[in-house]
Ligand binder design. Sequence first.
Ligand SMILES: CC(C)(COP(=O)(O)OP(=O)(O)OC[C@H]1O[C@@H](n2cnc3c(N)ncnc32)[C@H](O)[C@@H]1OP(=O)(O)O)[C@@H](O)C(=O)NCCC(=O)NCCS
Length: 175
Amino acid sequence: MANLVGFPHFEPLGAQHDRAAFSCGTAELDEYIKVLAGQHARKKISTTTVLLVDGPHRIAGYHSLSSTRLDLGELPPDLARQYPRYAEGIPATLLGRLAVDLFYRGHGWGEALLMNALERSYMATGVVASAFVIVRAIDSAATQFYARYGFSEFPGDSRRLYLPMRTVQHLVAGP
Ligand SMILES: CC(C)(COP(=O)(O)OP(=O)(O)OC[C@H]1O[C@@H](n2cnc3c(N)ncnc32)[C@H](O)[C@@H]1OP(=O)(O)O)[C@@H](O)C(=O)NCCC(=O)NCCS
C-alpha cells in the first residue's frame, strides 16, 4: 500500500507530476495543465499549484495565479468610490484557472483548491499589494461555484467575478 504520510498537500507544478493523466472534462483546462502551465511558469506569466491526494505524481486538481489590473469603471460605482483613481487602474490577482480531476469530484477538493488560492493571494499581498481577486468562470456552473464563496459578478459580464482582498483577508486570516 502507498505511503500517504504528508498527503494531501499543495506544491508548485513540476516535471514529476503526471500531467497527461489529468482530466476534468473541460478540454481548455486539461490542455492548459498539459501544455501551457509549465511554459507560463517559466516565463513568469502565471504560477500553477497542484493538489496531490494519493501520492507524489497524480494531480487531483490545480489552480493558476497571476497579477492583473482592474479598471475602476468595471466595478459597481459604490465600490469603485472606495479606491483611488489611477490611470494604471488598481492592482489585482487573477485566479485564471482552477479545476478538479473527474475522479476526485464532489469530495471538497474544489473548495480546498479555492481556499488555497485565496490564502496564497492574500499572503502575496505582504510583498506586492493587490486589492481584488478576480476569476474567470468557464461556464455558468463555475459562476455558481464561485458565487457560493462570496464572489460577485462584474456588471455586464456574468463570467467574470471579483472578491475584495479585504474579504479574502477575513476568510483566510480571520477578522
Ligand atoms: C467546479 C469544480 C472545481 C468543483 O470541484 P469539486 O471538488 O467537485 O467541488 P467540492 O466538492 O469542493 O464542492 C464544494 C461546494 O461547491 C458545490 N459545487 C461543486 N461544483 C459546483 C458547481 N459546478 N456549481 C455550483 N456548486 C458547485 C458543491 O456542492 C459543494 O457544496 P456543499 O459543500 O454545500 O455540497 C469542479 O467541478 C471542476 O473542476 N469543474 C470543471 C472546471 C471548472 O468549472 N472550474 C472552475 C472555474 S474555471
